[in-house]
Design a protein. Structure first.
Length: 437
C-alpha cells in the first residue's frame, strides 16, 4: 500500500489546473488472504488491490467521474473531465464541505494483523470444517471459506477535506448438510482473536443434527419465536426501505406511517443506525463522498423517524447528508434493535399455552417486498409448548405474511441479543405468520 495523501492532494490540484471547479478523490487499498477448505483440501491465495474514484465538477454543476486502479490516476482525471464537459448541469452537485469527523477510537483496526502468519489465518477455517465433520459421520460440509483484509481508505477534495482511515475485516462461512436440512452460517469480526475463537463449524453441525428425526406438519397461523440470527437478517432488509427517496416517492412500506407520523410497528420496536459504534462490522469515519456519518433513530417507538440521505438529496432538502454512500448507493451501517428484559426461554414459559415455532434459521428474508412488506421464506425449528416441552421438529416449512401486520402483533422482545453481521438483534416473539409444510 503505497499511495499517499500528498499524492492525492497533488492530483486534486492537477484537476483544478485542467479546468475543474471542484474535485473529490476517494481511494481504498487492501491486502489480505482468501482460503477455502473441503475435506482437508486447502486452496489459499494472498490478495491485494486498490481502487480510485475521481469526481470532477465544472461550471453549472456538470459532474463527471471515473474509477479504476490508482496507477492510472491521470487517465481517470482526464476521463472525468471529458464526461463532465458533456454532462447536463445540476447546481446541487459538488463535493461536501468540511464537517466534524471522528477517526480515532473506533476499534476497527487490528494492529496485530501484520504479525499474523498465513498458517494462523488458514487454520481458522480448517479447524471449523474439521470440527463440523468431527461431530457426526453423516455431516456433509461445503463452502467453508475464510477471508481477511487490511484496508486503507483516503478521501481528498478541493473543499479542504482530507481524511484517512485504516481498518481490518475478518470473515468466515460454511455450509453443513444432514439429510434434507442445510444451514449456511456466516460470521464477521474486526479482530482476529474474535473470529478465531469461535468453534462455529461444530456448533453448526450440532444445529443441523438437532433438526433430524420425524417432522411434524403445520398449516396455518402460528406463533413464531425468531432468534437473533433471524431477526438480524429481517432488519438488515427492512433498513433498505428507510431511504428518504423511497419514502417521499411512496415506494417504501414506511411511507404512509411516516406521512401520518404514526407507528408502522409495535411501539416496542426501536431501531438505531450508528456507524460510529466501536468495533462494528460497518463502522467507519467517512463514506465515499467524504461525509462523516451521523447516528440516527430510524424507528422510534415504531414510528419511522430518521432516513438515509445522500449528499445531493440533502442539499435539495436543506439537510445534512447522513453519510451512508457506498458503491453508488445508500447502505445501512451498524443497526441496533432495542432488546427486552426477559430471555427467550422465559417468554416461552410465560406463554406455555400457545404452541410456538422456535425457529433455528430462515432463508429468503432478503427478498421481502420493501414496498408492501409481504414476505415468503423457508425455515426449520422446533414446535414448543412452553420452554421445556418440545412437540416435534419442523423442517423446511414455508413462512409467509406481511411484516407490517406481523410487527404490529409483536408479543414480546427478548433480552437475548447477538451481533449478526452489521445488526445487533434480539429474539422476537411474533403472531401473524402463516406456516405451512
Amino acid at each position: 500500500m503505497s499511495f499517499e495523501l500528498q499524492r492525492l492532494m497533488q492530483l486534486v490540484e492537477s484537476a483544478q489546473n485542467h479546468g475543474a471547479k471542484a474535485t473529490a478523490i476517494f481511494v481504498d487499498e487492501y491486502t489480505g488472504l482468501d482460503a477455502e477448505v473441503s475435506r482437508g483440501r486447502i486452496v489459499k491465495q494472498e490478495v491485494e488491490g486498490a481502487r480510485m474514484l475521481v469526481r470532477v465538477f465544472l461550471d453549472g454543476g456538470r459532474q463527471g467521474q471515473a474509477e479504476g486502479h490508482p496507477k492510472q490516476a491521470a487517465a481517470h482525471i482526464e476521463k472525468a473531465l471529458r464526461t463532465a464537459d458533456a454532462a447536463t448541469g445540476d447546481p446541487l452537485l459538488g463535493p461536501v464541505g468540511r464537517l466534524p469527523m471522528v477517526t480515532r477510537g473506533l476499534g476497527i483496526d487490528d494492529r496485530r494483523y501484520p504479525s499474523l502468519s498465513v498458517a494462523d489465518r488458514v487454520d481458522v477455517i480448517v479447524s471449523a470444517e474439521r470440527g463440523a465433520r468431527g461431530v457426526d459421520r453423516n455431516v456433509q460440509t461445503r463452502g467453508f471459506r475464510y477471508s481477511d483484509r487490511r484496508i486503507r481508505r483516503m478521501f481528498v477534495s478541493s473543499s479542504d477535506v482530507v481524511a484517512e482511515e485504516w481498518s481490518t475485516d475478518f470473515h468466515a462461512e460454511g455450509k453443513v448438510t444432514v439429510a434434507d436440512v442445510t444451514i449456511n452460517e456466516k460470521i464477521a469480526s474486526r479482530s482476529f482473536a474474535s473470529i478465531s475463537s469461535l468453534p462455529f463449524g461444530a456448533v453448526l453441525a450440532k444445529r443441523v443434527l438437532a433438526l433430524q428425526g420425524p417432522a411434524i406438519q403445520l398449516d396455518g397461523p402460528t406463533r413464531v419465536m425468531m432468534p437473533p440470527r433471524v431477526t438480524g437478517a429481517l432488519f438488515a432488509r427492512l433498513a433498505k426501505a428507510l431511504q428518504v427517496d423511497m419514502i417521499t416517492s411512496g415506494k417504501s412500506m414506511f411511507a404512509a406511517a411516516h406521512a401520518a407520523k404514526v407507528p408502522a410497528f409495535d411501539t416496542r420496536i426501536h431501531l438505531i443506525d450508528d456507524a460510529g459504534a466501536p468495533g462494528g462490522a460497518r463502522t467507519y469515519s467517512f463514506d465515499q463522498q467524504g461525509v462523516p456519518p451521523i447516528a440516527m433513530a430510524l424507528l422510534l417507538e415504531g414510528v419511522p423517524k430518521g432516513q438515509y440521505v445522500d449528499l445531493r438529496t440533502a442539499r435539495e432538502l436543506d439537510r445534512r447528508p447522513s453519510g451512508h454512500w457506498w458503491g453508488g448507493k445508500i447502505r445501512a451501517s451498524n443497526l441496533m434493535l432495542r432488546s427486552g428484559t426477559r430471555s427467550m426461554s422465559a417468554l416461552l414459559s410465560e406463554h406455555s399455552q400457545t404452541p410456538t415455532l422456535m425457529l433455528d434459521h430462515a432463508v429468503g428474508l432478503e427478498k421481502l417486498n420493501l414496498a408492501t412488506g409481504d414476505f415468503v421464506c423457508t425455515g426449520s425449528g422446533f414446535l414448543r409448548l412452553g420452554n421445556d416441552r418440545t412437540e416435534g421438529v419442523v423442517r423446511n416449512v414455508r413462512l409467509s405474511g406481511n411484516i407490517l401486520e406481523v410487527l404490529r402483533q409483536l408479543v414480546d422482545v427478548a433480552s437475548d441479543t447477538d451481533r449478526v453481521g452489521h445488526v445487533d438483534a434480539p429474539g422476537l416473539l411474533l403472531d401473524g405468520i402463516v406456516v405451512r409444510g
